[in-house]
Ligand binder design. Structure first.
Ligand SMILES: *Cc1c(COP(=O)(O)O)cnc(C)c1O
Length: 413
């Protein structure tokens, strides 16, 4: 396990977190590369029986050091903006293994990705297809298309991360997808290569993926009847992790399911995991600034990390384990762990039994996905440092921001 105790002190692989905090300060995100690599290997092994490509969803954690190492393992990438494509290129990622998702790709982003000759555009509307075609013509290039279908499945543990229902803005119904393929077939610059979906996030069961795959394969069969043979099928991401007591997602079961479903078909499977690869590989280090009494026998532990650093508790009511980094030297009491930001919704954890003292160092677990990525400068707070732990050393892979960074692009006018 990446974050385990050695003689009472919580470590990131071989390195005591207290030493890392002493070197880089708090708040800081600490990522274990061996942990990400192990998750990637687990998924690779589970999918070994089917032709496949793992396209890491950059939005979960776009840190260049992680992207570069994933690229070296042979990972592809799932991007949702031109900015993410720039990150992938900077990290040495292969655009030929990169797919571009999202409902609102701008003309500029589309043309950038066409010039980089990415593996496929996950097209999400008729209007987007028209823009893609126009862009490819303008550039004298071609583009590969995979239509994102909305299979109308309820999955995901929070309404904000359920993306596969028919009420969702994402994807198109199968009937519309068929029109898009017809339209693509008339184009000299577009090549329809695949079909895909992304049904939600933090899904811990394989059944919804089976349901989604079945409806994608139905569509592929219909298209085959129309004379179009697809090569790729993209199941999206959304594989869940255990934050608290959830049954963890079983990649082996996914592997068995796709092997059966794709048997005898000439299709390469793409998956777009984000959270599954990186969530458990990160902790957020934060220090207790103040302890103050509160109502109902619960106190407030005011720490130096806030909702601007880690938004998931506020945005999704997400529960994350939080624990003292060093062996406790205080009695347990009930605390709301809150940040310095001027919002009542600014909390990291509510009603936890913790042995706390002023100055105590805490680790928030499971923050490697949608942690730093969702951070902001709200309250003019600089964003935290990011540290990557390798076998032999740890190093800062993103410096803590400075106020100079924040003010660089502003003028008084
Ligand atoms: C967010 C997203 C993913 C990754 O989701 P996870 O839950 O982090 O695995 C994959 N594909 C698309 C299209 C996404 O929007």
């Amino acid at each position: 396990m990446a974050f385990a105790r050695d003689d009472g002190a919580l470590c990131a692989d071989a390195f005591p977190l207290a030493d890392i905090a002493a070197a880089v300060g708090t708040p800081a995100y600490i990522y274990s590369w061996p942990s990400v690599r192990a998750r990637y290997a687990m998924l690779e092994a589970a999918l070994a029986d089917v032709p496949h490509r793992i396209c890491y969803a950059v939005k979960a954690n776009g840190n260049l050091a992680l992207l570069a190492r994933l690229a070296r393992l042979g990972a592809g990438f799932d991007i949702v903006s031109g900015g993410e494509l720039t990150r992938v290129l900077r990290a040495g990622g292969d655009p030929g293994r990169t797919v571009f998702s999202g409902v609102g790709k701008s003309t500029e982003e589309i043309e950038f990705a066409i010039r980089q000759d990415i593996a496929a555009f996950n097209v999400e509307s008729v209007a987007e297809l028209a823009r893609l075609e126009a862009g490819a013509k303008r550039l004298g290039r071609s583009a590969r298309v995979s239509v994102r279908v909305n299979p109308d499945i309820e999955a995901g543990d929070h309404p904000y991360i359920a993306t596969g229902t028919k009420e969702s803005k994402f994807g198109v119904p199968a009937a519309v997808a068929r029109d898009i393929y017809r339209q693509a077939a008339t184009s000299e610059v577009l090549e329809a290569v695949g079909v895909g979906c992304h049904i939600g996030s933090q899904i811990n069961k394989v059944a919804p993926f089976k349901q989604a795959l079945t409806s994608l394969l139905d569509l592929a069969d219909t298209l085959s009847g129309d004379g179009l043979a697809l090569r790729h099928i993209d199941l999206g991401g959304g594989f869940g992790v255990r934050y608290r007591s959830e049954e963890p997602f079983c990649p082996k079961e996914l592997g068995r399911m796709v092997k059966d479903a794709l048997a005898g078909r000439n299709l390469t499977l793409t998956v777009e995991p984000g959270r599954f690869l990186v969530a458990d590989a990160g902790v957020l280090l934060t220090r207790v600034e103040y302890l103050k009494p509160g109502p109902n026998g619960r106190g407030f532990a005011v720490v130096d990390a806030a909702m601007n650093d880690f938004l998931r508790p506020t945005l999704y009511q997400a529960w994350h384990a939080i624990e003292p980094v060093l062996a406790p030297d205080a009695a347990e009491a009930r605390w709301d762990v809150v940040g310095p930001v001027c919002e009542s919704g600014d909390f990291l954890a509510l009603d936890r039994e913790l042995p706390l003292r002023e100055g105590a160092l805490l680790a928030v677990r499971g923050v490697g996905a949608y942690g730093f990525a969702l951070s902001s400068n709200y309250n003019s707070r600089v964003r935290a440092a990011e540290v990557l732990v390798d076998e032999d050393r740890f190093r800062v892979v993103r410096e803590r921001e400075t106020m100079a960074d924040l003010l660089r692009s502003e003028t008084i006018g």
